[in-house]
Design a binder for this molecule. Structure first.
Ligand code: UDX
Length: 434
């Protein structure tokens, strides 16, 4: 039987979960403190760019199964399942800031008018779900509820696909009653035989951090190998491809680049280190990954500066600002380091990104934002490719050559055909293509 669910927070995770669970037939009310956002969502407009999401949003609004509201109290009271999907941004010291979660817990405690299952979707440090349980017992003594940890593994740009076809669904739980409720919420996924991992609250919490820290480590490993490859004259793509043929390694997440960014890896790796520090457990590997990733981002700036012989008085075309393609998200994008490095040393920037220019211009208004990649290339001394948007993969090199003043290309994603680029008379550098 479908469930009445209140999703608190309509950010990235909250929005996808709301549209996804309503598509499964549940009745969803998405809650946010921002009335403009709620209004937008009720009109079927997505505040973020994410392929497919607006279609699901409109479809489920039309059925009446999905709506959005600022009324947190009424929404909690009318629901059996409360999903916490508010942000857990990093504090100065890398620790996850749980103040938004705590405020939500207070609201839930004040509105526990019947048995409810409280589901934590936000990525929270180990021990947080038990802390939520204790807080609820303290604020609402004697009330009937259960706490469930259900971490989210969505990738930006592929969120809808990931929601409807996850590799696995992880549920940390303590009561059979809650397990039955969650089983109903995800009935559609059970029907398509998605593996469910039923485990303790702490195990569920740590699965999420372990997965993200591992993927960040895998990327950092291949980035360092790429740096070595380019120095000794080896080709990282052949190396990565061949490593991936070993079933124990797998070919995924072995693509070298300018360093990982986004809303998860930088934040979650820092939180793992913080948790290790808290319990005096050695997390030196992850600490080294964080540092190496920062150096990888800086390395791109140094490479470009060397190719150009200094930035002063030079114009650089930056193609791609988002931390990856198919998103407008610029959180911790390597483009921030590259742009900062160029501007600091007296370079001028002409930038293009299909979706992320609005967000980027709020941080760097001094950059010249262009309508197309070709506008950005006009008169440029060098081109730096930062995001792997498909439209940059087939860049018209002849046109690029005729528009640019110089002939330097730094391809931080290895998007272009190295032989073709050199044939057209460019000085080309990628990552790990010795
Ligand atoms: C990630 C996790 O994949 C997802 O499961 C979790 O829920 C949130 O964090 P996301 O940040 O959306 O998702 O993007 P992802 O595709 O994982 O890429 C993260 C970063 O790693 C990007 O900057 C990307 O460019 C980089 N990356 C990824 C590489 O540099 N090389 C790779 O081989 C893969």
């Amino acid at each position: 039987m479908s469930k009445k669910i209140c999703v608190i927070g309509t950010g990235y995770v909250g929005l996808i979960v709301s549209v996804g669970l309503s598509d499964f037939g549940n009745e969803i009310i998405g809650v946010d403190v921002d009335p403009d956002k709620v209004d937008m969502l009720n009109r079927g407009i997505s505040p973020i760019y994410e392929p497919g999401v607006e279609r699901y949003l409109k479809r489920n609004l039309e059925t009446g199964r999905l709506s959005f509201s600022t009324d947190i109290d009424g929404s909690i009271q009318g629901s059996e399942v409360i999903i916490i999907a508010v942000g857990t941004p990093p504090k100065e010291n890398g620790e996850a800031d749980l103040s938004f979660v705590e405020n939500v817990v207070k609201s839930i405690a004040a509105n526990l008018n019947s048995y409810k299952v409280i589901v934590t979707k936000s990525t929270v440090p180990v021990g947080t779900n038990r802390w939520i349980k204790e807080k609820l017992e303290e604020y609402a003594p004697g009330k009937d509820f259960d706490v469930v940890s259900n971490p989210e593994f969505l990738r930006e740009g592929k969120a809808a696909q990931d929601f409807f076809h996850p590799d696995r669904t992880v549920i940390g739980y303590e009561s059979e009653k809650a397990r039955d409720v969650i089983f109903e919420v995800y009935r559609s996924l059970n029907l398509i035989t998605v593996p469910f991992v039923w485990c303790s609250l702490e195990t569920a919490e740590l699965i999420k951090y372990a997965s993200n820290a591992f993927l960040a480590t895998k990327i950092t490993f291949i980035n360092q190998m790429a740096n070595l490859a380019e120095t000794v004259g080896a080709d990282i793509h052949t190396i990565a491809k061949t490593m991936g043929m070993d079933g124990r390694i797998s070919p995924k997440f072995l693509h070298p680049g300018p360093g990982y960014g986004g809303s998860c890896f930088p934040k979650d790796t820092m939180a793992v280190v913080q948790t290790g520090d808290k319990y005096s457990v050695d997390m030196s590997l992850i600490r080294a990954v964080i540092e190496a990733n920062d150096r990888q981002k800086s390395r791109m700036v140094v490479k470009l500066e060397k190719l150009l012989g200094g930035f002063s008085g030079k114009t650089i075309a930056v193609l791609g600002l988002a931390f990856k393609s198919e998103t407008d998200d610029i959180r911790d994008t390597p483009a921030l380091n590259i742009v900062e490095g160029i501007l600091k040393h007296g370079g001028k920037i002409q930038a293009h990104d299909p979706k992320a220019m609005d967000n980027f211009s709020k941080v760097y208004p001094e950059v010249q934002y262009c309508h197309s990649e070709f506008d950005a290339l006009k008169g440029a001394d060098a081109l730096v490719l930062v995001t792997e948007w498909n439209e940059y993969r087939n860049l018209n090199l002849e046109k690029a050559k005729s528009l640019m003043k110089g002939n330097i290309i730094l391809d931080t994603r290895n998007l272009l055909d190295i032989n073709l680029v050199r044939e057209k008379g460019f000085i080309y550098e990628g990552v790990g293509r010795g």
